[in-house]
Design a protein around this ligand. Sequence first.
Ligand code: CDP
Ligand code: CDP
Length: 222
Amino acid sequence: MKRFLVAIDGPAGAGKSTVARQVAERLGLTYVDTGAMYRALAWKALRDGVDMEDEEAVAHLAESITFTLEPNGIRVNGIPLKDEIRTPQVSELASAVATMPKVRKILVNKQQEIAASQSVVMDGRDIGTHVLPNADVKIFLTASIDERARRRYKELTAKGIPADLEALQEQIRRRDENDRNRAYAPLRQAEDAILVDTTNQSVQEVIEVILQHCRNKLGGEE
Ligand code: CDP
Ligand code: CDP
C-alpha cells in the first residue's frame, strides 16, 4: 500500500500531540512527535553541559544522538524520557535550539527518514510546510492563547504541580513569538492545510474532524 502521511502543525497547547496520537491509533499509523525530539535534544544538552548558544556544539550533539520514537514517549540513546522534557526550563531551551538552522536540518532529516518507510501522523510546527510538503492531509490546529494556557494549567494541577495561569500565558506568548518569527522554518499554516480552531471543541470532536478529512482522502484514492 502507498504510504499515507498526515501532518499536524500549530502553536503550543493547541492539542497537537493529544489528537495526533489518537488519530494515529485509530488509523493504525505511526505517531511521530517532533516536538519531543527538540525537547529531548535540549534536555540532553542541558545534562551534558553543552553551551546552548553554540550552534555547532548543539548540532554536533543532535547528529550523535539516537532518537527512538515510541507511541507514548521518546528515548535518547536508549534512555526513556517522560516528564523531565516537559518542564518550563526544557520548553524554553527547546524553543531556543529550534531557532538554529543547523540543528533543524539534522532533526528534519531524521524525521523525513522515519516517514520514508512508513505511514505516519507527524506533529510539530513545520511538518506541512517543510518536513512533509507532500503530506496527504495537512491540519493546522489553533486555539486562543487563554484557552491554551488554561489547558496547560489543568494538566499541571491535575498532576499536583503548582502552576500560575498568568505565567503560563506569558510563556506561551513568548514561545509563539519565537516559533512564528524565527528566520528559518517558522511556524505558519501551509497554503493547502485545513485550519481547525479547537478553542471551543473537545478532544473527541477534533479527532473526529481530522479522521473525516483522512477518510475523505483515503476514499478518494481507492
Ligand atoms: O507541546 P508544545 O506544543 O508545548 O511543544 P512541542 O511541540 O513539544 O515543541 C517544543 C518546542 O520545539 C516548540 O516550542 C518549538 O519551538 C519546537 N518545535 C519546532 O520548532 N518544530 C517542530 N517541528 C516541533 C517543535
Ligand atoms: O501538543 P500541543 O502542545 O499542541 O498540545 P497537547 O500537549 O496535546 O496539550 C493539549 C491539552 O489540551 C491536553 O491536556 C488536552 O487534553 C487538552 N485539550 C486538547 O488537546 N484539545 C481540545 N480540543 C481540548 C482540550
